[in-house]
Design a protein. Sequence first.
Length: 174
Amino acid sequence: MTGAQSLSGGAAVAIFGGLFVAAIAFVIWSLSGNRVGKTASPALIADARTLRPVAGSARIYVVRRGFMGGMAGMKIDIHGVASGQIRMNQFVMAEVPPGTYTVETAMARNGIKPSNSQTTLSVQGGDVVVILAMLKVQSLRSTTTQERIVGTEAQTAVATTKMIEWTNRSASVA
């Protein structure tokens, strides 16, 4: 008689157990890359939510939204200014002098293929830039995406998320 043979009960349990342990190990490894900063002070949060920079400076906000990969850290780097990590429904804010800046995002555990995206922007005194950072999941890899948001959408994004302090910053960054 030919045909498919089934596994014995013990072999099936062993295979399932091995796959379960491997899945748990992968989740732990993924989350171990998190280096999220601490929650900002209430005064700093209140000031950030006004979306009004100090006279002569500009503000750059990076807000993370989206469900996919929400507990995994997303690295945020404003080249030459500050860097840190945020998770879902969190944001960081940098008060910067007028100039040109590059904002780069990547997942904390990039894996084999980088997940980076970047935006280069020029700001003048009084400008406020809010960037929405999300994770786009594709069949074989995930990438971070950035989208500039304005108006009520930007105000709502900052007002309804938790502010996190930068983990590395220059002396001039709020």
